[in-house]
Design a protein around this ligand. Structure first.
Ligand SMILES: Cc1cc2nc3c(=O)[nH]c(=O)nc-3n(C[C@H](O)[C@H](O)[C@H](O)COP(=O)(O)OP(=O)(O)OC[C@H]3O[C@@H](n4cnc5c(N)ncnc54)[C@H](O)[C@@H]3O)c2cc1C
Length: 556
């Protein structure tokens, strides 16, 4: 495959040569560096690249150019290569224009001239952006291919699993084989028949017919067995809280194991765009955040088992033992439970039967492409529903948000409410709830009850995305640590009632702030009673838990 392109554009020949030289110096091994001396010439070059099926990773463009300035050029270039990272090169005097461009022209970054030394002012920014681009770049024919049918829940599970584990894949809907010659050729070549679907074809030409997630994970080289039997620190759950704890724990010398039953990133990994996380002014997707955090954790030597579920915990003297779904036990000195929450299910007729074939929980980003030109319905009125509505609005003909209350404002951040108001194909229907889902092999329609008029209407749709709150799945901790009536784990001050320590607490001191009713077992993030359900607070709690882990370890 041809190397992806980095294109730089500047009308000043000297500056253009200097940028090209610096780009080549660092990136020539992995990318092709091209240059243009005007916006018009650069657009022509991009059209040529598109025709040849090339990929463009970065556009680095001067703002002040005659005829077409940098922002205007990037606006047009985006139509040709929407995924290329867009960076504006500006003089100090143009800083304000550049900041506006982040919002208006969706520029990813602006750099000030001069950028010397590039090691300090140019490469760190570009490394980061290119890392991001690589994370979502899907080489068409070199990754894993999943063959299946759109309405198969099993196919959806695979696509979701691969996407959340950052494994680039190509989805091939075999039902299009009659219309798309390339699909027909592939189906015939791998011998895909109804009973072998979904089928996963690997870059080395091997394939698995209708495999389990475990078989798929093993083939992809994901690790599900620990290297050793005992660790300093074990973390259950690789959402923001678990990942932060892993980074801090391992970087401070604890031999750390993190166990995740689905894919690193947790709920945050399902978010199409997190806009309120500090340090990312133009937002980032949950997938990006997860990928960065996993890289950081691995760099500090964290061992990650995924997918692997923890099904039990017990105390043996000074050891905390966790039981894996596969049956093995792992011991540790200190344990952190960061298992977050999972979606509450919609309890109406038809919903369970049609889950995965038209009804999805979470943002179901993998399904957005199939909604091109369709009418999508979203249940829920909080931030996660709002983000999904914004995401689907780029693909669907219309997005209808069904909200039980009388407005969005109760649970949604103002920035999202503003974005939704400005998006013409999103409609909000208040006082509305789904009462039935219809369809045989896949979702075909839903019935909606309007609580103010008492009327029920049935509307056709193939896509219902549900965000109706979440609950902690902590029954496996029953009888081990104290939980509240909804299953959230009690920690620190919440365990001490009328000055009395929790039953069975063996120490003179009270439980530390993130410590559960068992010394050395901590809880952080959404699963903790009273926690703020946000990415940043999960990250904060995970980091703080490590501090208390050290204190605990110094006592035993
Ligand atoms: C679609 C969506 C959009 C969101 N957008 C934003 C936003 O823009 N800004 C914001 O601040 N917050 C947002 N949130 C909320 C935020 O993502 C959560 O508050 C945050 O992810 C909580 O982190 P956590 O680590 O506590 O738990 P989680 O993210 O829930 O992670 C817990 C992990 O533990 C794993 N796990 C559970 N049980 C087990 C077990 N027994 N064994 C092994 N692993 C287990 C789960 O698979 C999961 O990966 C959003 C949430 C969703 C769903």
């Amino acid at each position: 495959m041809a190397k992806p392109v980095l294109l730089t554009v500047d009308d000043d020949a000297e500056v253009l040569r200097a940028v090209e030289r610096d780009l080549r110096h660092r990136y020539a091994e992995r990318y092709r560096v091209l240059r243009s001396d005007s916006g018009a010439a650069a657009l022509e070059a991009l059209k040529g690249l598109k025709k040849r099926g090339d990929s463009v990773a970065l556009l680095l463009v001067d703002q002040r150019m005659p005829q077409m300035n940098g922002v205007e050029f990037l606006g047009q270039a985006m139509q040709i290569f929407p995924n290329a990272k867009r960076v504006l090169l500006t003089a100090y005097a143009d800083t304000d224009a550049a900041i506006h461009a982040i919002n208006d022209a969706r520029i990813h970054h602006y750099l000030l001239k001069p950028w010397d030394p590039p090691e300090e002012h140019l490469y760190p920014v570009l490394d980061d952006l290119l890392g991001d681009w690589q994370g979502s770049f899907q080489p068409t024919f070199e990754g894993v291919r999943v063959l299946g049918t759109r309405w198969s829940p099993h196919s959806y599970t695979f696509r979701d699993f691969l996407a959340r584990n950052q494994a680039p894949y190509q989805w091939v809907d075999v039902e299009t084989a009659d219309k798309v010659a390339e699909v027909r050729r592939l189906v015939d070549a791998v011998g895909a028949v109804a009973s072998s679907l979904p089928m996963v074809v690997f870059p080395d030409g091997s394939s698995l017919a209708n495999p389990s997630i475990g078989q798929l994970a093993e083939k992809l080289g994901l690790r599900s067995r620990p290297e050793v039997a005992f660790y300093d620190f074990v973390i259950v759950g690789a959402g923001p809280a678990g990942l932060a704890a892993a980074v801090y724990g391992a970087s401070e010398g604890l031999k750390t194991l993190m166990i995740e039953m689905e894919a690193p990133g947790g709920q945050a990994g399902m978010s199409s765009r997190i806009e309120n996380y500090l340090g990312f002014p133009s937002g980032l997707s949950g997938g990006d955040l997860a990928r960065r955090a996993v890289t950081q954790a691995r760099r500090f030597g964290v061992e990650i088992l995924a997918p692997q579920q923890v099904t039990g915990v017990r105390v043996e003297g000074a050891s905390r033992m966790v039981k894996l779904a596969e049956g093995a036990d792992i011991g540790c000195k200190a344990l952190l439970i960061a298992t977050g929450v999972s979606y509450r299910k919609l309890n109406v007729a038809g919903a369970e039967r049609l889950q995965g074939c038209g009804i999805y929980y979470g943002s179901a980003m993998t399904e957005a492409n199939s909604c091109e030109g369709e009418d999508v319905y979203i249940v829920g009125g909080a931030n996660s529903a709002g983000q999904a509505a914004m995401y689907f609005s780029k693909y669907a003909r219309s997005v209808v948000m069904l909200v039980r209350g009388d407005s969005l404002s109760t649970y949604m951040s103002q920035y999202l409410i503003d974005q939704i108001k400005k998006t013409p194909n999103i409609h909000v229907e208040t006082h509305s709830q789904v009462v039935e889902a219809h369809g045989d092999t896949h979702l075909e329609a839903i019935s909606i009850l309007c609580s103010s008029s008492g009327e029920t209407t049935t509307v056709p749709t193939n896509m219902l995305s549900i965000f109706i709150g979440a609950e902690p799945n902590t029954d496996w901790l029953s009888g081990v640590v104290e939980r509240d009536e909804r299953g959230f784990i009690l920690t620190g001050p919440d365990l001490v009632r009328d000055g009395k320590q929790p039953a069975g607490w063996p120490l003179a001191r009270n439980p530390y702030w993130p410590e559960t009713s068992v010394p050395g077992i901590f809880a952080a993030g959404d699963v903790r009673h009273g926690s703020v359900k946000r990415v940043a607070s999960g990250v904060g709690e995970g980091s703080i838990a490590v501090q208390f882990t050290h204190q605990y370890l110094s006592e035993v």
